[in-house]
Ligand binder design. Structure first.
Ligand code: ADP
Ligand code: MG
Length: 338
């Protein structure tokens, strides 16, 4: 069923969104959708981050569903708050929709947004709705809170700190390769059925990434404040260089310690891509990269989902030590295997 949005109008649409998000989960939300501004009250320090997603630049609706897209748009913003060591509490959503989008498709988008709000316990407290002539536009702004002494910048890494990464890397990038392969096959022959059954893990990592709020919780429980942190949206190499530049330090990481899932390895073989290249330059993993003081290592060394990939150096060189014990300079882009 396809209902024209004009049938219920902008106000009708906002009314539906308001109803769907009426129940609030953050104690700091005083007033959500429905007035000229939302109201938040908190005695903590406030974090704000925003991200804009444009159709055919940041997402392709032939790969993904609107529901996944809504979920991902929220999750990647939550990840930015996590990367400051904070807790996300509210979001706002701005959407630009062209008349090719039905009411049902906007509802699917907000269904995904709702799912993410429930997963991460954040409230949708406002937004704006406009028409667009060039495809779908979604912009999410997230508000978070943090105790001042726990704020973790990219700039705090110190000599001899241990470099940690969560989860595994390169999966979302290989998932995108699978989706792209299926798109090409579909365009060549619309009667083919997509075959992603052998690659569900990496495809899911691309379509429905999760923010590592669990790690922020665990670090807090363990009594650890990282010295620096960033979320891995553009690939490990690029994020390491951000930490180096902003902290005025260098890094040495070891290829053998970089976590790569078996499904990622299999897909890398399929597409003749070096797995380490997918991990270093792939992007969209939304894992956390952080550094800790050596004194904190004992507390965290048994964590099942944190890997220790190297250490911070005083000189500002960034090197990967390969499995063959070669020193390879880390570059943000165009990184080539030796
Ligand atoms: P105004 O004219 O004051 O900007 P709007 O009619 O745009 O008011 O919005 C009315 C209410 O609905 C506000 O609380 C606004 O934050 C909220 N709102 C509008 N569009 C959206 C949206 N796409 N998602 C969430 N909330 C929205
Ligand atoms: Mg408005």
């Amino acid at each position: 069923m396809k209902t024209d949005i004009r049938d219920i109008g902008e106000f009708g649409l906002i009314e539906q969104i308001k109803k769907q998000f009426a129940r609030h989960q953050s104690p700091s939300t005083i007033k959500g959708i429905g007035d000229d501004a939302a109201v938040i009250a908190s005695d903590k320090t406030i974090l704000i981050s925003t991200d804009m997603l444009l159709e055919n630049i940041h997402f392709d609706l032939t790969y993904t569903t609107l529901q996944y897209l809504g979920y991902k748009a929220v999750a990647v913003n939550i990840s930015d708050i996590a990367a400051m060591n904070g807790k996300a509490t509210q979001i706002t959503t701005n959407i630009g929709i062209s008349n090719r989008f039905s009411l049902e498709s906007v509802q699917a988008l907000y269904e995904g947004i709702k799912q993410a709000c429930d997963t991460y316990k954040v409230d949708l407290i406002g937004g704006d709705t406009t028409s667009s002539k060039a495809g779908l536009v979604i912009s999410v702004t997230v508000v978070g809170e943090i105790e001042k002494h726990k704020i973790t910048y990219r700039s705090g890494a110190k000599k001899n700190n241990i470099i940690c990464v969560t989860g595994d890397l390169g999966a979302a990038y290989m998932g995108l390769h699978i989706l792209n392969r299926e798109k090409v096959a579909f365009l060549a022959n619309p009667h083919t059925q997509p075959d992603i059954s052998a690659h569900t893990y990496i495809v899911q990592r691309q379509l429905k990434p999760e923010a590592r709020v669990d790690i922020i919780h665990d670090l807090s429980t363990l009594g650890i404040v990282p010295t620096s942190m960033i979320d891995i949206s553009d690939g490990l190499a690029s994020e390491l260089l951000h930490i180096c530049n902003q902290s005025g330090v260098g890094v040495r990481i070891y290829e053998e310690h970089i976590p790569i899932a078996n499904n990622t390895l299999e897909a890398a073989v399929l597409f003749q891509i070096e797995p380490i290249t997918a991990a270093l330059n792939g992007g969209e993993d939304y894992e956390l990269l952080f550094t800790i003081d050596q004194k904190d290592y004992e507390k965290v060394k048994k964590h099942a989902d944190i890997r220790f990939i190297g250490y911070i150096t005083e000189n500002t060189d960034a090197f990967l030590v390969s499995k063959e014990n070669q020193y390879v300079p880390i570059q943000a882009q165009g990184w080539k295997h030796f």
